[in-house]
Design a protein around this ligand. Structure first.
Ligand code: SAH
Length: 520
C-alpha cells in the first residue's frame, strides 16, 4: 500500500474582523484548502469562499458548549494532515499574537507535519486604529506594549503574587499599553496600574469588536473607566488602550456614510461589488454572501450550436460568466460569435459582457425582467432579417415573467438553466446575529430576500432565536420593485414595520444612492 504523504497545515491570520483586512495569501489558501479549522473570531463570510467539498471544522465556543481544548485542536490538525489533506487553521487577527499559534506549530513540528505560518493584521493595533487611535504618535507615545489581560497568565512563577501586583509593574513602561482579553479583569488592570503609580487621569479607551459593524469605543480615564465600562456593559472581544494616545480620534467626519452600518446580502461577487463603494464612503459593512451560484453541468447539451442562435438573453452577470465558461469548455472559436446578438437586463450585466469583449445589443431602459421582456419583444418585431434561435441563459430559479411575456407575444425561446442558486443558511444565521447593529440590509434579488426571510421565519418557528422581530430601525434596501414587493409581503406576514427603500436605478449604484439619499 502506498503511504499517504502528510498534507501541509497553514496557520493563517484572518485579520480583526472586516473581510477586507485579510491577506491575499490567506484568501488563496482558504479557496484551495481541503479542511478549514476555525473559531468564533474569524469572519463567517470567509467560510463561503472555500471549495464546495471543503470540510469545515468549528473549534470555538458554541451556545451551551465549551470550545475544543488546545490539545483537541492540535489532534484535529495532525489527523487531517496525516490523511493527506491541506489544512487551513484560520485564527482571528495574527496567529501568533495570543493566538496559541506557537503551540500548534510545536505540535505539528513534533509530529513531523509540514506547516507554514501566514501573518495576519492583529486586533491589538487594528481595532484601535479603526476607532481612530494610533498606537504610537510622535511626541506622545514612542512605543506600545501588548499585554494579555488574562490574570492566569500574569501570575508569576511562584503564583503568590496577586494579579493586581503584576499589573502594577506595567505602570513603569513608557508608551501605550494595549491589553487583549482584559475586559473581565478591567478592575484588576486599572487598580494595578494606579498602584504602580500611573496618573489616574491617564486616558483609557476600550474598543469592542473593532473593524466590524459592532465596533464601539468607550472612553474614560484610569480612575473612571471601570465604572463606565460596567455601565455601558462593555464586553469581549475588546482591546483596552491605556495612554495619552487614547485622547485621539482620527475619524474623518467628512465621509457621507461615516458611522453607517450596512449588511449586504447576495452572491459573493455581488457583496464584494457593493462593499467597496460603501466602504469608500465611510460605511461599515457586513457581507452575508448566502447565495451561491452553482454552474449547471447539464446546460451544455441544451445550448444549440452557436451558428443556430441569433439572440442570447442574460438576466444576470452570472449567466454571462457561465456562458463563456461553457464556450471555453467546448473549445469554441470566438470568431463564430460575430453574428450573435445579446439582450441583457441591466448595466451590470452589460458591463460584464463588455469585459469579455462583447457589446449588448438590447438593454431595457428600466432594469427589470418585465421591462426587458416587453422591450425585447418590440425590438424583435422590428427585425427584418430571418431569425435563428433565441436562448435565455439564466438561473434555474429565474422569474416566470420572462417566459410568460415572450409567450404572450408569440416569441419562441429556449429557457436554459445555466446555473442554479443555492442558499447557505449558516451565512443567514450569522447575518441575523449581526442584525441589531445594522442600519440597512440590502437585497439584490427577490430570491435572496425570500431566502433571508424564510430562514428568519423558520428559526422563529422552531424558537432557535429568542427575538420575534428584526430590529425595527434597520431599513431594507431593495434593488428594484420586484424585490421590494417580496420584502413587503414578508414584512406583512411577519408584522414587521421596518422601512423599505427601493433603488431608483436598478443596480448596485442605485442601492448606494438610496442609502446616501436616506442619510441626508
Ligand atoms: N490573535 C488575535 C488575538 C487573539 S486573543 C489577534 O491578533 O488579534 C483574543 C482577544 O483579541 C480578544 O479577547 C480581544 O481582546 C482581542 N480581539 C480580537 N479581535 C478583536 C476585535 N475585532 N476587536 C477588539 N478586540 C479584538
Amino acid at each position: 500500500m502506498n503511504k499517504i504523504t502528510a498534507g501541509t497545515v497553514y496557520l493563517v491570520g484572518a485579520g480583526p474582523g472586516d473581510t477586507g483586512l485579510i491577506t491575499i495569501r490567506a484568501q488563496e489558501l482558504i479557496k484551495n484548502c481541503d479542511v478549514l479549522v476555525y473559531d468564533a473570531l474569524a469572519n463567517p463570510a470567509f467560510l463561503g469562499e472555500t471549495k464546495t467539498d471543503c470540510k469545515k471544522i468549528f473549534v470555538g465556543k458554541m451556545l451551551g458548549k465549551h470550545s475544543a481544548s488546545q490539545s483537541d485542536i492540535n489532534d484535529i490538525l495532525i489527523q487531517q494532515a496525516l490523511l493527506g489533506k491541506t489544512v487551513v487553521r484560520l485564527k482571528g487577527g495574527d496567529p501568533f499574537v495570543f493566538g496559541r499559534g506557537g503551540e500548534e506549530a510545536q505540535a505539528l513540528e513534533e509530529n513531523g507535519i509540514p506547516y507554514q505560518i501566514v501573518p495576519g493584521v492583529t486586533s491589538a493595533i487594528a481595532a484601535l486604529e479603526s476607532a481612530g487611535i494610533p498606537v504610537t504618535q510622535r511626541k506622545v507615545a514612542r512605543s506600545f506594549t501588548v499585554i494579555t489581560g488574562h490574570t492566569q497568565e500574569n501570575l508569576c512563577e511562584s503564583g503568590t503574587e496577586s494579579a493586581e501586583d503584576r499589573f502594577s509593574q506595567y505602570a513603569k513602561i513608557d508608551g501605550t499599553l494595549v491589553f487583549l482579553m482584559g475586559v473581565s479583569h478591567l478592575k484588576e488592570i486599572t487598580l494595578g496600574l494606579l498602584k504602580g503609580g500611573m496618573n489616574p487621569n491617564t486616558p483609557v479607551s476600550i474598543v469592542e469588536q473593532g473593524t466590524t459593524v459592532h465596533e464601539r469605543r468607550t472612553n474614560g480615564t484610569l480612575s473612571t473607566i471601570t465604572k463606565i465600562a460596567e455601565r455601558e456593559r462593555v464586553s469581549n472581544p475588546a482591546v483596552i488602550c491605556v495612554g495619552k494616545v487614547a485622547q485621539f480620534n482620527f475619524t474623518s467626519q467628512k465621509l457621507p456614510l461615516n458611522g453607517t452600518r450596512v449588511g449586504i446580502t447576495g452572491t459573493s461577487s455581488f457583496t464584494k461589488k457593493l462593499s467597496k463603494p460603501l466602504k469608500d464612503l465611510g460605511a461599515r459593512v457586513y457581507c452575508a454572501p448566502f447565495l451561491k451560484v452553482v454552474c449547471d453541468s447539464q446546460a451544455d447539451p441544451l445550448l444549440p450550436p452557436i451558428s443556430e442562435i441569433s439572440w442570447i438573453i442574460f438576466t444576470s452577470t452570472n449567466g454571462v460568466h457561465d456562458f463563456f465558461r461553457l464556450l471555453k469548455k467546448r473549445g469554441t472559436d470566438f470568431r463564430s460569435l460575430s453574428n450573435l446578438k445579446f439582450c441583457v437586463v441591466g448595466s451590470g450585466t452589460a458591463n460584464t459582457l463588455k469585459e469579455y469583449g462583447f457589446a449588448a445589443d438590447y438593454v431595457p431602459e428600466r432594469y427589470t425582467v418585465l421591462d426587458m421582456a416587453k422591450g425585447f419583444s418590440a425590438r424583435l418585431k422590428n427585425e427584418k432579417s430571418p431569425r435563428g434561435k433565441i436562448c435565455a441563459l439564466r438561473a434555474k430559479e429565474g422569474s416566470e415573467d420572462l417566459a410568460e411575456i415572450l409567450k404572450k407575444e408569440g416569441i419562441q425561446f429556449s429557457d436554459i438553466p445555466i446555473y442554479s442558486i443555492q442558499k447557505d443558511s449558516a451565512q443567514i444565521d450569522s447575518l441575523l446575529e449581526q442584525i441589531d447593529a445594522l442600519d440597512y440590509i440590502t437585497f439584490a434579488s427577490s430570491s435572496g430576500a425570500s431566502a433571508f426571510f424564510e430562514r428568519f421565519y423558520e428559526l422563529k418557528e422552531i424558537k432557535e432565536i429568542e427575538k420575534n422581530r428584526l430590529h425595527a430601525e434597520c431599513k431594507f434596501v431593495c434593488i428594484g420593485e420586484k424585490t421590494a414587493e417580496t420584502v413587503g409581503k414578508w414584512c406583512t406576514k411577519l408584522s414587521l414595520s421596518n422601512k423599505i427603500l427601493t433603488a431608483s436605478n436598478y443596480n448596485a449604484d442605485g442601492i448606494i444612492k438610496s442609502i446616501s439619499g436616506d442619510k441626508k
